[in-house]
Design a protein around this ligand. Structure first.
Ligand code: DGY
Length: 324
């Protein structure tokens, strides 16, 4: 019987998935659960048949700077892969896979949570209640913004963007505007009575809420900058569950501090887990620590999807979620 392939997992995974991995492969776990350094990633590539990274691993050109890699696949745990340097991965001849679909609903649930929280000032209210500052009900207390029936702009109409539209349209009667790189099929738009506009510039001035669902990476770095924030309505809200780098956080902090938009809600940050200190001073901002896919169901399904991709790869098939 041939030896099991050896795989290195860069962070702890749900126990059920780690158990199955261990049945099928020779597994090295990063039991300390700390992000690995470029040198550790390089060593992992030299010593294992597969490396299983996730969003907190910077698989940069430096981390992929090995003369010969024993590993032939980076089976990423997560849908986004902008943390992996595509050019270097291609140079090394690595296959890269991700885990789409299985986290779309939960990530959209969290985007909706953020939208509701910022509109209804839930973060401010929670802080007030916990800190003993609540003085009782009154007609003018923490008055927020009605969500039902408003217009939601969705930037990036992939799987998660579409799930967000379903929730907003069918649950809250919201009107949906879409901006997407490619043309969205009419039947897909029709599911939420959505309308695609030509550009972000067309979308922003028309929306009461704007939710980002586009990929991260260099291409979309600071897609939302001060010029575009200025195009938003003064009482509109911005929600980001995509990637931190998509927003120029300095420009966002300025807009929030000078009440140039109604508020923002972020699940992701540029350079996370560090959070720009100016953002923390903004009361009209809700912040969560990258929880989009953080449900037991999604996190297990993401792990099993990695297992499917590995099985395809080691059995000589093209993995279903191959992105590189
Ligand atoms: C991803 O999958 O890309 C998320 O950001 C983590 O769920």
């Amino acid at each position: 019987m041939s030896a099991k392939p050896s795989v290195l997992v860069t962070r702890r995974w749900p126990a059920a998935v780690e158990a199955q991995l261990q049945e099928r492969y020779n597994v090295s776990l990063n039991t300390g659960d700390q992000p690995m350094s470029p040198a550790e990633i390089r060593a992992a590539l030299k010593n294992h048949d597969a490396v299983l990274p996730t969003v907190t691993d910077k698989i940069s050109a430096e981390a992929l700077d090995v003369s010969a890699s024993k590993a032939r696949i980076l089976a990423n745990y997560g849908v986004g892969y902008s943390h992996i340097c595509e050019a270097s991965a291609r140079n090394l001849g690595l296959t890269v896979t991700n885990t789409p679909d299985v986290l779309s609903e939960c990530t959209a649930d969290l985007a909706m949570t953020l939208l509701l929280m910022v509109a209804r000032r839930a973060g401010e209210g929670e802080r007030e209640a916990r800190e003993g500052r609540w003085t009782g009900w009154r007609p003018t207390h923490l008055v927020g913004t009605k969500v039902s029936g408003k217009t939601l702009g969705i930037i990036g109409y992939g799987r998660i963007g579409q799930e967000m539209a379903r929730r907003a349209h069918h649950g809250f009667g919201m009107e949906i505007l879409v901006q997407n790189r490619s043309k969205v099929a009419p039947e897909v738009l029709a599911q939420c009575n959505a309308r695609q506009v030509d550009s972000i510039e067309d979308l922003l001035p028309k929306c009461d809420f704007v939710s980002l669902h586009c990929p991260g990476g260099a291409e979309n770095r600071h897609l939302i900058n001060s010029r575009r924030l200025d195009l938003m309505k003064q009482d509109a809200f911005l929600i980001n569950t995509a990637r931190g780098e998509v927003i120029d956080e300095f420009a966002l902090a300025q807009s929030l501090m000078f009440d140039m938009i109604g508020g923002a809600a972020l699940d992701v940050f540029d350079g996370e887990p560090r959070i720009n200190p100016t953002l923390k001073q903004c009361d009209n901002l809700v912040m969560l620590p990258h929880l989009g896919s953080a449900t037991r169901e999604s996190r297990e399904a993401m792990g099993f999807r990695v297992l499917d991709n590995l099985e395809d790869f080691f059995e000589g098939r093209d993995p279903r979620d191959r992105v590189i």
